[in-house]
Design a protein around this ligand. Structure first.
Ligand code: PEP
Ligand code: MG
Length: 541
């Protein structure tokens, strides 16, 4: 048994076979493999599949564009059946102990030079077809991993770093837990893991080796530990821990339907944060007072190359509104950018992504996309108690612009005789020190506020929430941060407006009493943290 220690991100125990994440990356990496026979089989399986695909393509093309044009796919098949080509790939795998992807790419480059030298007449001048064939096999190899998510047993995912755009697309019914070499507990991947309740440990470093592929792994998300091929005693201990946690969770169930009230009678709302429609069920199960933050950008991040349409978004928001009944649902307009990239939106490269092109700034540049989202939210507002919130605000101008856009969207819907809530509450996120300093002025512009302590911490402390190297300097209880929260709360309450905390600080039980004393109206946390927070509130004097 091997024990690895990392950082705990999301509580829970997971046990299963470990599978390294395979990216659909254009960049092919040179990776040493131990089991070369298995790697050759992987290649051969993909090659056979490629030949089959080309046969089908050839038949369809013959019917649609004629035999002569279909011959191109016949030639591509011949490349895959060319013994020299196949031998070259196999030799690289076996002799150099390298991965199939790298072997295919090198062999294809070599094959192109051979063809150019005139040694292979049938492919002479067909460099693009050789590349196409190689790409087909590379795609099949990458797809094989995705197919695994559809067909195989559930597994524990391992990777160097898991990006939020990838985490959001994982099949949650197959991924029992995940472990990574790098990453920070404040990243959006970590936020996602907590929201979904997927046990995970990150920052295991190079100790998380490729050789562990296929081995049994036990993830202890309570302690931030990982066990490779755990022994009987460890498994038993973890089962006991899991049972104890189960009992604790069951005890918390008794708090369902109860108030979030301190011993001295002070009440506070407890809501839940979500990122997708799949999370709504968890919100209902945990008896949250509403959805305090719907991170709508995840709808963009899970939609592949296509932007989510107005209809698609409308359906997701409507489901949230209808499921919650009279309880409120705060939909934050897309906070894309930073580490939240989406294939469907090219945001370009930023040298400083956290303080770069993100949040409302992207919306102000891409008005059409923003208006589509506003229309979807407004349409859904006819089906429940929806509020709308703007992210990464730094100025009054941004808010007045966003409110103008909302007016335009309302006008369009009115002209189309489409129903929406004319009085939909509008709020802003307080995530930047600038927003803190103008919170008094902002309070005259909007109906409610939510403090995003994850971003507010990184901007106040000047510490990138993504940078693991500065983890030890990152103090989530820094007095400057606590003072900021006091300033915002006072300013907002002076205008008689509502204030919540929806960043991770809301779930920090060491600060619950402080936040209640300040007079925060609402705390919004991951669904499975709701009842634990209720328990804490009810214990406070
Ligand atoms: C925050 O910054 O605290 C917040 C809730 O927004 P996100 O974590 O999605 O950036
Ligand atoms: Mg934020």
């Amino acid at each position: 048994m091997i024990t690895l220690t990392g950082k705990k991100v999301s509580e829970g125990i997971a046990i299963g076979k470990l599978s390294f994440y395979k990216r659909d990356s254009k960049e092919i990496r040179r990776i040493y493999v131990k089991d070369v026979e298995k790697e050759v089989q992987r290649f051969q399986k993909a090659r056979q599949k490629g030949i089959q695909e080309l046969k089908t393509l050839c038949d369809t093309a013959a019917k649609e564009v004629g035999e002569a044009n279909a011959a191109i796919f016949e030639m591509q098949q011949m490349i895959l059946e060319d013994q020299d080509f196949v031998d070259q790939i196999t030799n690289i795998i076996v002799e150099q102990k390298l991965n199939a992807e790298y072997a295919i790419q090198s062999a294809a480059e070599n094959f192109i030079s051979v063809a150019m030298a005139g040694d292979k007449n049938y492919v002479q001048g067909h460099d693009a077809d050789i590349k196409d064939v190689a790409n087909r096999i590379l795609r099949i190899l990458a797809r094989a991993w995705k197919d695994k998510m559809l067909t195989d047993e559930p597994f524990v995912l391992a990777t160097g770093e898991l990006y939020p755009s990838e985490a959001v697309q994982l099949d949650k019914t197959k991924v029992l837990g995940f472990v990574t070499r790098y990453g920070t507990i404040n990243s959006h991947t970590a936020v996602l893991a907590r929201t979904k309740g997927i046990p995970s440990v990150i920052g295991l470093g190079e100790a998380l080796k490729k050789d562990y592929e296929g081995k049994t792994i036990l993830v202890d998300g309570f302690e931030g530990k990982v066990y490779i091929e755990p022994d009987y005693t460890t498994i038993t201990k973890m089962k006991q821990k899991q049972d104890a946690n189960h009992t604790q969770v069951q005890n918390l169930e008794r708090l369902k339907g109860k108030e979030n009230i301190t011993q001295s009678g002070q009440k506070i709302d407890v809501c839940a944060n979500i990122g997708s429609r799949e999370d709504i069920e968890n919100v209902l199960r945990c008896d949250a007072g509403g959805i305090g933050l719907f991170r709508s950008e995840f709808l963009y991040m899970e939609n592949g190359m296509k932007l989510p349409t107005e209809e698609q978004q409308f359906q997701a928001y409507k489901l949230a509104a209808e499921s919650m009944g009279a309880k409120k649902v705060v939909i934050r307009t897309a906070d894309l950018g930073g580490d939240k990239t989406a294939e469907c939106l090219d945001l370009g490269e930023d040298s400083n992504p956290a303080i770069g092109y993100r949040g409302i700034r992207v919306s102000m540049d891409k008005e059409d996309i923003f208006k589509t989202q506003l229309r979807a939210i407004l349409r859904a507002s006819a089906f429940g108690n929806i509020s709308i919130m703007f992210p990464m605000i730094t100025s009054i101008e941004e808010v007045t612009w966003a409110k103008d856009m909302l007016q335009k969207a309302k006008k369009e819907l009115k002209n189309e005789k489409t129903a929406y809530d004319e009085e939909i509450p509008v709020g802003v996120m307080i995530e930047t020190p600038a927003a803190v300093m103008i919170s008094g002025e902002l309070a005259r512009e909007v109906d409610f506020f939510s403090i995003g302590t994850n971003d507010l911490s990184q901007f106040t402390l000047g510490m990138d929430r993504q940078n693991a190297k500065i983890d030890r300097f990152y103090n989530p209880h820094h007095p400057a941060l606590l003072k900021m929260i006091r300033i915002i709360t006072n300013n907002v309450h002076l205008e008689g407006k509502h204030i919540s905390v929806c960043g991770d600080m809301a779930a920090d039980l060491e600060l619950t009493e402080y936040l209640i004393q300040l007079g925060i109206d609402e705390l919004s946390v991951a669904p499975n943290q709701v009842l634990g927070l209720r328990k804490k509130i009810r214990e406070i004097q």
